[in-house]
Write a protein that binds this ligand. Structure first.
Ligand SMILES: Nc1nc2c(ncn2[C@@H]2O[C@H](COP(=O)(O)OP(=O)(O)OP(=O)(O)O)[C@@H](O)[C@H]2O)c(=O)[nH]1
Ligand SMILES: [Mg+2]
Length: 422
């Protein structure tokens, strides 16, 4: 089976907690703080491996977790960092955030890598919180949480040229006669169920990748036949070779076929339908083909579609067609940059906090609040002071004022409630 769309869950490692510890040495009665920092959590990193061609490996394994950082230790020892988790994907993998649908990564080139879940930072140990007036800080910071998300991976094969057409017109035969690929060929409809790729070597140093896809029939855009799902494989092509059975061996008219296929393509994607098309008038070895080829040329060439008389069965007529493909590829602009990626770091920071007023209480929620509460120990006086400074720094105090808060009103953060004092 060819899996080309999968959903997986990724979780980066948490940061280790900072340590709360004091020096204990012989003859030193009140040693200072010596709690070390927690290690950083490992990231989840996606890397393109050109040796992979499918998303098959994700069929059974769907949960990926990077290592967490170790907690800090006494004697100012930093915890070990968690190791990054590397996930290998084939070139052409687009990764989307499931919740928002945003593209997080468009992974095209071998070796390309992107961090898709960032490990939490290690918490600082109490050694950092000593000041001249606070010599024995009894608090340290918790490690930050690793980012976590569900992502959808979609594989879009990257080919320069895509073969489209009705079933049985000879698309796979063309691929097999021009490339080393050996797709299944047979005299029935829907022989090809999943896309095949091959490399066409036109001449020394001139080559391009060609993709053969399942046949398209009328109503395909509504799911008839194999539907059009597989067209995503050729969405990234630069040229389409539209294959027609010029002999009309199945009783259809090749010119009508041409228009029907284009109608289906348009229903799928206007952009794909606008891609330059070269017509391969195939099965020209069958005598009935000749009259149709003349008709196709007369009708389509004035519309800007070059028509080539070919026979895949006899491997004839492809020279001029390939020259035209090479000429067009050279003239066409570089493939447009595909998907606009968003920065994963932004995702979690878009709405750092939100204030809602409920029964006269001011409720502050959001990632910024969770993060802050994770960093402080509100039962410790010094930690509480730090917390108050952070409320100001994060803009939460200003936002409360804007909402019209008055002295004595209640502010709620998760399980904690305070009286507001300006
Ligand atoms: N006479 C003749 N037969 C051909 C030619 N090209 C392909 N065929 C035959 O047409 C039939 C279908 O060929 P395929 O290459 O499997 O066609 P396809 O377009 O890939 O078909 P699907 O995968 O079902 O969409 C096979 O029996 C081929 O041998 C040709 O140039 N001349
Ligand atoms: Mg085929």
């Amino acid at each position: 089976m060819f899996v080309d769309k999968v959903k997986i869950h990724i979780k980066a490692g948490n940061g280790g907690n900072g340590s709360i510890s004091f020096r204990r040495e012989k003859y030193v009665p009140n040693g200072g703080p010596d709690g070390g920092d927690g290690g950083n959590g490992g990231n989840v990193v996606f890397v393109v491996n050109p040796g992979l061609h499918t998303l098959m490996d994700f069929r059974y394994k769907k949960h990926f977790r990077a290592e967490s950082g170790e907690d800090g230790r006494s004697r100012n020892q930093t915890g070990r960092d968690g190791e990054d988790l590397i996930i290998e994907v084939p070139p052409g993998t687009v990764v989307r955030d499931e919740q928002t649908g945003l593209v997080l990564a468009d992974l095209k080139t071998p070796g390309q890598r992107k961090v898709l879940a960032r490990g939490g930072k290690g918490g600082k140990g109490n050694v950092h919180f000593a000041t001249s007036t606070r010599q024995a800080p009894k608090f340290a910071r918790e490690g930050g949480k690793g980012q976590e998300r569900t992502v959808v991976l979609e594989l879009k094969s990257i080919a320069d040229v895509g073969l489209v057409g009705f079933p049985n017109v000879g698309k796979s035969t063309i691929l097999s006669s021009l490339t080393a690929a050996r797709p299944k060929i047979a005299d029935y409809h829907f022989t090809t169920l999943t896309p095949n790729l091959g490399v066409v070597e036109v001449r020394e140093g001139q080559s391009f990748v060609m993709a053969d896809i399942p046949g398209i029939i009328e109503g395909a855009h509504e799911g008839v036949g194999l539907g059009l799902e597989f067209l995503r494989h050729i969405e990234r092509t630069r040229i389409l070779i539209h294959v027609l059975d010029a002999s009309g061996s199945e009783g259809r008219d090749p010119l009508e076929d041409f228009h029907k296929i284009n109608k289906e393509l348009r229903e799928y994607s206007e952009k794909l339908a606008e891609r330059p098309q070269i017509i391969a008038a195939n099965k020209s070895d069958i005598p009935e083909a000749e009259a149709n080829i003349q008709r196709l040329k007369a009708a389509l060439e004035p519309m800007g579609y070059p028509v080539f008389k070919v026979s895949a069965a006899q491997n004839k007529g492809f020279g001029p067609l390939l020259d035209e493909v090479v000429r067009m590829l050279a003239e066409l602009p570089e493939p447009e940059s595909f998907e606009e990626e968003v920065d994963v770091y932004r995702l979690d920071e878009e709405e750092p906090f939100e204030i809602t007023v409920e029964n006269g209480e001011y409720l502050v929620t959001g990632p910024a609040v969770d993060k802050l509460l994770g960093m402080v120990n509100l039962e410790d006086y010094e930690s509480l002071q730090y917390f108050q400074r952070m409320l100001r720094k994060l803009g939460i105090i200003d936002a409360l004022r804007e909402k019209g808060i008055q002295d004595g009103d209640t502010v709620r953060l998760r399980d904690w409630a305070f009286d507001y004092v300006d």
